[in-house]
Design a protein around this ligand. Structure first.
Ligand SMILES: *Cc1c(COP(=O)(O)O)cnc(C)c1O
Length: 388
């Protein structure tokens, strides 16, 4: 029987009897593991993927987390990295070589764009960045040497979507590896592997950890794909997470359902008012009534996370800055997924981080609704909008 969500978030993978029946998972803070005999050592070294030998490969605390993340994404296995960017890089590089071509959506996470557009070009891999909202744009970009499609549905600044099942079918029909960055929805609200996507990557820094205190990433997929990545890219590049951070992530996961639903509830409460507000030109949020892709969003996402952008109605960047500087409770910061509500204005981002070839509107402010009192968050946004 498949474990329930509550079982995944707490008990799954936690071999309690091995650790004094402790209720909280054990942190095995050890870089390496010892063996009673040479034969035992040889056997362990023959299976670094599944046996404690050296923590770059396998660590019992990290292994518990791997099982949980794989189960959350309805995948056979997972790897947990020291950052989301490492997860993206390992998953992408694992299936490409010089001469290959990648189709990627045009506004992925900034460092994903940099990986494909700069680093991998140095190694002879070319990428076409496409709009991605219409499935035809994938077929139009396909070449004889295309090996991979990389999507991010929705992306995390303007929230365009791709039809995940259609992209997966396109990839299968053309024997391409398909990868999605699922950080925004978390596996709670969207499970792309069940729609046919090969590999699901996460910045676990965001919703999965949920406490703004760990940088981490995950790659989820079939046993065949994950063990292939492990044997080559994983062990050579060494992006491992520390056992201590893996433990923090498991603590964060215990409340994933509570946190993600609270933030989504607050969004559903506040966004209709913002859609009507005279100082707001447009709301960018997958489930917004203003979103032309709303039907697709509601088809493939169970709920919509509490992060969105608003375009401020103003003639000048100063108007946007007045809004942001007037926020009393929201913190001005990047990232998201923690307790604290955050605002991240495009005008606060230096040119050096604007990697995408498709610039976002200058008057955009990304808002992450944390899990504080919804009334407090609403009132803070409204008073700051009066200052525009
Ligand atoms: C933050 C983020 C990443 C990168 O993850 P890190 O943990 O910061 O390395 C990748 N994709 C998305 C959508 C993100 O928000």
């Amino acid at each position: 029987m498949e474990p329930t969500l509550s079982e995944i978030l707490s008990q799954l993978g936690e071999t309690r009897a091995d650790y004094y029946n402790a209720v909280s998972p054990a942190i095995v803070q050890s870089s390496n593991f010892a063996f009673p005999t040479v034969a035992a050592m040889r056997e362990a070294l023959g299976d670094e993927f599944g046996t404690p030998f050296y923590t770059r490969g396998f660590n019992p605390t990290v292994a518990m987390l791997r099982q949980k993340l794989a189960a959350l994404e309805a995948c056979e296995d997972a790897l947990v990295c020291g950052s989301g960017s490492a997860a993206v890089a390992i998953a992408v590089m694992g299936f490409l070589q010089a001469g290959d071509h990648v189709i990627c959506v045009q506004k992925p996470y900034s460092w994903t764009y940099k990986l494909l557009n700069t680093l991998l070009r140095r190694f002879g891999v070319e990428t076409s960045f496409i709009d991605g909202r219409e499935i035809e744009s994938f077929e139009a970009a396909r070449r004889s040497n295309t090996k991979m499609v990389f999507i991010e549905s929705p992306n995390s600044m303007t929230f365009e979507l791709q039809d995940i099942a259609a992209v997966a079918a396109f990839a299968k029909a053309n024997k391409l590896i398909s990868i999605i960055d699922n950080s925004y929805s978390s596996p709670l609200f969207q499970q792309p592997h069940t729609l046919g996507i090969d590999l699901v990557v996460h910045s676990a820094t965001k919703f999965l950890n949920g406490h703004s205190d760990v940088v981490a990433g995950a790659i989820c997929g079939s046993k065949a794909h994950i063990s292939k990545l492990f044997a080559q890219e994983w062990m050579t590049l060494g992006p491992s997470i520390s056992p201590n951070d893996a433990w923090l992530l498991m603590r964060g996961l215990r409340t994933l359902e509570l946190r993600a639903n609270r933030s989504a509830d607050t969004a559903a409460l506040i966004i209709p008012e913002l859609e009507q507000h005279p100082k707001v030109e447009h709301v960018y949020w997958p489930f917004s009534s203003q979103n032309p892709q709303r039907t697709l969003a509601q088809k493939q996402m169970k709920r919509c996370a509490g992060m969105f952008s608003i375009a401020i109605k103003t003639d000048s960047p100063e108007g946007v800055e007045r809004f942001c500087d007037s926020l009393r409770h929201f913190l001005l910061a990047c990232s998201w997924g923690g307790y604290e509500s955050l605002a991240f204005p495009v005008c606060g981002q230096s040119q050096s981080v604007s990697y995408t070839n498709s610039p976002v509107p200058w008057n955009l402010v990304r808002i992450y609704l944390g899990i504080e009192d919804p009334a407090l968050l609403r009132d803070d946004l409204m008073q700051a909008l009066e200052k525009v």
